[in-house]
Design a protein around this ligand. Sequence first.
Ligand SMILES: Nc1ncnc2c1ncn2[C@@H]1O[C@H](COP(=O)(O)OP(=O)(O)O)[C@@H](O)[C@H]1O
Ligand SMILES: [Mg+2]
Length: 202
Amino acid sequence: MSFIVGLTGGIGCGKSKVADLFAEQGAGIIDTDVIAHQLTKSGGDAIAAIRSAFGGACITDDGALDRAIMRKLIFSNTAAKLRLEQILHPLILEQVKVQLRQLQAKPYVIIVVPLLAESSAFRQRVQRVLVVDCIEDTQIARVIGRNRMTDAEVRAIIAQQTSRTDRLRLADDVINNDDGLENLAAQVSVLHQRYSNILFDH
Ligand SMILES: Nc1ncnc2c1ncn2[C@@H]1O[C@H](COP(=O)(O)OP(=O)(O)O)[C@@H](O)[C@H]1O
Ligand SMILES: [Mg+2]
């Protein structure tokens, strides 16, 4: 079995960017966001269950999850959010296991889990937690640049996520991403050396 690092961080903190940099170094990467998208695209494995739980109104004409409608629904409705997670999380975990088997030859595997702080099932599966962290102003500026959202929209999402303090409390390792990409790559490189040399025999 591979040595597994759980990578998490708030929206826009740089999880995907950090994962790309680890991939360049030779790490195995599993991105649960990518898996969630595949499960909910047209013909995805979660569509039937979502349709029967939430009705056809949240499915687009071509059979994909309508993300805008679902986002609105779960934003103010905790029960709906839980329901969606109950559908998605087991399917995501299943796919993670499949990909872990495919990545057995890698020196170690980084699993990107935005909801690591909220998911004990995932925390139990990782040997180490890596948090990519930055100040809120950096988060907001980067998400506005990436998604054309407003300052208020990004702040509302941040307010719903686990707080920065609580996330950092889970961390075995922290990458700070307030600086430029060169600095980020240097931090990844140091951690890559460390993770490559961890002897893991569970
Ligand atoms: N150090 C950095 N300098 C400049 N832009 C960055 C840096 N880190 C990330 N970005 C950019 O900020 C945005 C958010 O990063 P991303 O990795 O997508 O965050 P996350 O996956 O955590 O939501 C992306 O457009 C990304 O290219
Ligand atoms: Mg991302």
